[in-house]
Design a protein. Structure first.
Length: 318
């Protein structure tokens, strides 16, 4: 409370005390019967207050008390209102800012969601849907699949040879346990679904997947060749796929940063092919099929089925 307000309140209390003293320190007025309500001028005090009949004196006292009380109430009310409005809450802008940031984060998350291309049995685009809906309904879509190769050293240090597939190493990866399709399985292809926002078809999808799954250093300078398209179906997917051959630079370094690949290493291609022929083990069916089709194509130019009616359907093992 400021000094001016304290002074006003003190003056009001002194006025009330003085009023009580002046009105109660005098002898009660006893008017005679002939002049019952006449004011006695001789009883007027020097301070200017009129002493009248006890009834009027009480009325004046009550009236002044009400006036003083109302004045104090107004003064305290104005002071309270001034103090309440003097410093508005400082947390409002921060709260609103946090709300705006939350909305922005939500919008970014929704924008980043994958929308997969949907095609018909002739591989013609007919629409799109979210990845979750595409996987749950096994909608027919598109995907790019790459056999990722690297030349093996011949044992002499810096010299590399690439005369045949026998001189190549193939990238074998362990899929993340969080993947919605074949989680935790081994894979011999690097793959991804074609998204609705991509206008470059299979090639654009392949370029994106190489950089996302293998890192920008591995993708830089890689030789990427599209070989053929194929129809395929298993318990997880129905897809029109495209097979790519990707040859990385000799000094390319892998970086599995997007979380879709847990681990990865290069293995001799001929040894891995022989292993898969005898024991498929924990490898994904789509990876085994793409690698088998790739080896047949490279060996004698054989092409996989080219119509949906002749597609490869992977048997479901329970």
């Amino acid at each position: 409370m400021c000094a001016a307000t304290q002074s006003d309140v003190g003056a009001n209390f002194r006025f009330i005390f003085f009023l009580f003293f002046q009105l109660h320190s005098v002898t009660p007025f006893e008017p005679d019967s002939s002049r019952e309500y006449e004011v006695s001028l001789a009883r007027i005090p020097s301070v200017g207050f009129i002493r009248v009949h006890r009834f009027f004196r009480s009325f004046v006292l009550i009236a002044r008390m009400r006036v003083v009380h109302g004045s104090l109430a107004l003064r305290f009310g104005a002071l309270f209102t001034k103090q309440r409005n003097a410093s508005p809450p400082t947390t409002t802008p921060t709260t609103r800012g946090r709300r705006r940031r939350c909305v922005a984060s939500t919008s970014s998350s929704e924008t980043a969601e994958e929308f997969c291309v949907h095609v018909d049995e002739k591989n013609v685009v007919v629409g799109s849907a979210s990845r979750r809906e595409t996987v749950s309904t096994r909608a027919l879509g598109r995907g790019s699949f790459a056999v990722v190769l690297k030349r093996r050293p011949d044992g002499s240090g810096d010299d590399y040879k690439a005369s045949s597939l026998a001189d190549m190493s193939i990238l074998v990866t362990r899929r993340s346990a969080l993947k919605d399709v074949w989680p935790g399985a081994l894979d011999v292809v690097t793959s991804g679904v074609c998204q609705a926002r991509e206008t470059g078809g299979y090639e654009e999808t392949m370029s994106r997947e190489l950089e996302e799954e293998l890192g920008s250093d591995a993708a830089a300078g890689a030789m990427v060749v599209k070989l053929f398209e194929f129809p395929y179906e298993d318990k997880y997917m129905r897809v029109w796929g495209a097979c790519f051959e990707v040859l990385l630079r000799d000094d390319a370094e892998l970086a599995f940063e997007d979380g879709e690949v847990a681990t990865g290493e290069f293995q001799p291609l001929d040894e891995l092919a022989a292993t898969l022929a005898s024991d498929p083990g924990d490898f994904t069916p789509i990876g085994r099929y793409v690698l088998g089709s790739y080896l047949a194509f490279k060996d004698c130019g054989a092409m996989p089925p080219a119509s949906w009616a002749e597609r490869h359907v992977e048997p479901t093992s329970e």
